[in-house]
Design a protein around this ligand. Sequence first.
Ligand code: FAD
Ligand code: SF4
Length: 511
Amino acid sequence: AKTLRLILGDQLSHQHSWFSKKDDDIIYIIMEVIQEQSYVKHHIQKIVGFFMAMRNFAEELKKEDHQIIYYKLDDKSNLQSFKENIQQEIKKLSAQKFEYQLPDEYRLDEQLKEICKELEIRYSVIDTEHFYTNREDVKDFFSGKKQYLMETFYRDMRKKHHILVNKNLEPFGDKWNFDHENRKKYDGKYPLKAPLLFKKEVSEIVKLLNDKKVQYFGNIKPKEFPYPTSRKEALEILYYFCEELLPNFGRYEDAMLKEHHTLFHSCLSFSLNLKMISPKEVVEQVINTWQANKEEIDIAQVEGFVRQVIGWREYMRGIYWDQMPDFATKNYLNNDRDLPPWFWDGKVKMNCLKYCINNSLDHSYAHHIQRLMVIGNFALLIGAKPDEVDNWYLGVYADAVEWVQITNTRGMSQFADGGLIGSKPYVASANYINKMSNYCKGCSYDKDKRHGENACPFNSLYWNFYIKHEDQLKKNPRIGMMYRLIDKMEKSEIDAILKQSDIYLSNLPSL
Ligand code: FAD
Ligand code: SF4
């Protein structure tokens, strides 16, 4: 009796126990379907990256003698939805059983449950075996708590998995967290390295998308597609990171530069989220590299990185499964403004946004601080609709899969969850952007002015944000100081700030 096994586009893990033995009666199905191209408008590099990685994965499995059915987007028999293709193949093969791996996206989880309900054959579901935690762990860990403090979860993960702790479960370096050492502007002390890029030919897939009239946005260079699309290449990115970038990862984690959009970041999110590599092997490789090079790499760099992977990444996934589907409708601050059109074409005068948005459109990538403290910060300050902000983020980044995108965007960045993830909104004025970047130099706006000619929009919008949301934010002990500063301001200063922010809010497309 034959079994049909579904592999989704973000389940490209050779290490899964499914593949440990070959069986001619097990047939795997991987599909490119219009359904997945149209739930949001994606960046062209995101679609191309997924398709190339899926095609490589199928080829590699075939070479290992697994039985594979692969639907290309333009195959005549492709019915363009998971449901119809699965039903069609079950019939064709006379399969007696259907199996799938737990999807990481709520929408697909629901859809697969529905598909299975209608099947007349047996079915079963298995874990992806990718994460350290399972869907419910974060929920159980914080059961009964109003706020989910990442730091307590992270320390527990360190102990539970014996990561950077000694025999008594005390942290290496005598501290759990070296975050305050990791907030430097780039000072040129350590030379920058070019990111490791793969120059691939993509014209065939671009043509396919055009032929099938798939809607997309963003830029792509036909012969220079940069993303890793196989496990081998994902491992190359990991080794490159460990050798070249890890020694300065934490130090410059929050820094931003006009000349370099990745700095010392790993660029591993795409490989991780498609499961071409696992978080465990990433963490192991990083720790092994550190242990073999303790004179060159200090613990602060390593701890900073490990926190992102075993802390933030697992925590966000757990929040997602705890909070969905309600999370996707949250809008604590009742924000209702549209994003200005330059989010899609990069034509904006503000230097910081110009660089961050254009590098997102050019590379389908931005590092964390660009996403959080420039683009997300601006969207929150103008009161943009969380749905629209989510759609932009889910579309623009190659690594954007909903479980990690929506929690970071709607939760951490847009405060739409009212403070479940972040204890206060991540907003900042030009002062912060100037402290962490070289964007303000040469900008047509004046970073030091709150109002008046060429005043930096971040400044008036920042104070306007606190004044406008006083009812929701004043009671927050981490924000009280802002309101004491506002209380000390002259009324004429407040009036001028509010007038300036009104002008900017009414002219967002021309900023
Ligand atoms: P590095 O800085 O090198 O970090 C290493 C790894 O840690 C990353 O690859 C990632 O897997 C993990 N990581 C780091 N920060 C986070 C975080 N906050 N949450 C979860 N994992 C984290 N990440 C995504 O993978 N997909 C998204 O769609 C996504 N959307 C985001 C939207 C917003 C508004 C913000 C503020 C952050 C978002 N992030 C997202 C988190 C983070 O910005 C990216 O993971 C990171 O920039 C990817 O680049 P990197 O691999 O070079 O990361
Ligand atoms: Fe951005 Fe303002 Fe600095 Fe210009 S002056 S780069 S708009 S923070």
